[in-house]
Design a protein around this ligand. Structure first.
Ligand SMILES: [Zn+2]
Length: 460
């Protein structure tokens, strides 16, 4: 399985400038390529092949005075920007023809310098290297200080350098990892994801969203209010926007870290895990939108899925149309829909049910049934689609948001320098520690980033 390993990196001001240039060049090449294909389409010309496009917007463009500055950055970065465009087109075509399942994919859109997330990718061809002194050597950028929160398990095949909305830089390595089967256990579990509790397990365990996440969300709301009161295009507005972005990043990091711990524990404790196939995108458009996105079920389910695949556990999603909350888990009578405020109910058969635990038990039963229906054969899960997002986690995230805030830049600098003492070039590590704490791993899927796929379809 290919996984992402993410590390915070600290480029110097000069390196930040070089990175900004590279982000810009990659964006220009991407947009030039998109414009060329759009123009060809409007003129009724055939689709420009990947090779021709590369020649036109990279090789030939470098010879023109308007684009000669493209040669200031690594050509791999430019090729990878075009590779992104080609993938976006392929996904779009596959979606049109029905070969690609799921939501419709919109045609690629132009990248903007105002995009929250700027990224460039180096492949092995670019000869990026992790140096003995712990720095990350990037062609035409320099040797960047990185904080190696954990060792890379193998030689990475590519690295993406990301600058997020909060102005932080990350190096996101793609590493091929081996599966790490966990010892077999007896327990199987059904999980009901909800709003009153984050998750309710069929064994009766209820998991609430922790307080620190709710507190952080409250603070975020206040900052958002501050921002909305600032005058447009003012310096104060820019400052407030950065504060909001930082707070968002902190909430997201903390939530992700918490979800990683919970999902790891669930996978370790159960041989099979079943969840309801929630229509998160659909719910996100209803009046529940805020709470739904806040809960982050989709990312949690994706974590369960890839961790299960890696640990040799069974993972199943049951149809969202199964009436899990209406059915008595004892006698299987369907008692009709129950309003959300009904927390417990008594079935005519005499069983008294906690609404959510009952649903979780039903999910477990439905999941088991679906697996047995598949001829009893062990169904090898399909390649796991998982979020492509880059995670950024600081070790303080779990201590709550306040601790993270207290961490001053000087301490951070001090910590970073200890990397020099203990250089960690990519090398195989014992399998244990990799799964015990994996805050920064996100499996890689070919899904486009959600931000790039608007619900509305655009022609072109
Ligand atoms: Zn009953």
């Amino acid at each position: 399985m290919r996984l992402r390993y993410n590390y915070r990196v600290y480029p110097t001001p000069g390196q930040q400038e070089a990175l900004a240039r590279a982000f810009g060049c990659a964006r220009v090449v991407f947009n030039d390529g998109l414009r060329a294909r759009q123009a060809a389409r409007e003129q009724g010309l055939p689709y420009i092949s990947d090779g021709d496009l590369s020649k036109r917007v990279i090789t030939e463009a470098k010879k023109t005075p308007e684009r000669e500055w493209l040669s200031e950055v690594s050509s791999v970065v430019l090729q990878q920007a075009l590779a992104d465009l080609n993938t976006a087109y392929r996904n779009f075509f596959a979606s049109l023809s029905g070969k690609r399942k799921g939501r419709k994919v919109a045609p690629p859109r132009f990248r903007s310098r105002k995009d929250n997330r700027q990224a460039i990718r180096f492949t092995a061809n670019a000869q990026f290297r992790v140096l003995g002194n712990g720095r990350l050597r990037l062609p035409k950028i320099g040797d960047v200080v990185a904080r190696w929160s954990r060792a890379l398990p193998a030689e990475p095949s590519s690295v993406t350098i990301v600058k997020d909305a909060a102005g932080r830089y990350f190096a996101s390595f793609v590493v091929a990892t081996t599966d790490e089967p966990l010892p077999t256990v007896d327990a199987e579990v059904g999980i009901d994801l909800g709003l009153t509790h984050f998750a309710v397990l069929s064994n009766g365990r209820k998991v609430t969203t922790p307080k620190f996440l709710r507190r952080a969300a409250r603070k975020l709301r206040r900052l958002q209010q501050d921002l909305s009161r600032k005058q447009r295009a003012s310096n104060n507005r820019t400052k407030a926007a950065v504060k909001v972005a930082k707070a968002h990043a902190r909430v997201a990091d903390t939530r992700r870290d918490w979800q990683h711990k919970l999902s790891t524990k669930i996978i370790r404790d159960s041989q099979a895990v079943y969840v309801e196939d929630l229509c998160v995108a659909g719910l996100g458009r209803t009046w529940l939108a805020k709470s739904v996105h806040d809960a982050g079920w989709a990312s949690f389910i994706a974590m369960l899925e890839y961790k299960a695949a890696r640990a040799g556990r069974t993972f199943g999603k049951i149809s969202r149309f199964t009436p899990t909350s209406q059915m008595c888990s004892k006698c299987r009578r369907i008692d009709g829909p129950k309003p959300l405020n009904v927390r417990t109910w008594t079935c005519p058969c005499g069983a008294v049910h906690d609404r959510d635990v009952n649903a979780a038990i039903n999910i477990l039963a439905a999941g088991r049934a679906e697996r047995l229906n598949a001829c009893g054969a062990q169904v090898r899960p399909a390649p796991v689609p998982a979020p492509r997002r880059e995670a950024g986690i600081h070790p303080g995230a779990t201590r709550g948001t306040r601790a993270a805030r207290r961490e001053s830049p000087s301490i951070r600098a001090g910590r970073t320098s200890t990397v020099g003492v203990q250089p960690q070039p990519p090398r195989p590590v014992p399998q244990g520690p990799v799964l015990t704490r994996d805050p920064v791993v996100a499996a890689i899927g070919s899904r486009p980033r959600p931000g790039r796929v608007p619900a509305d379809q655009r022609g072109g």
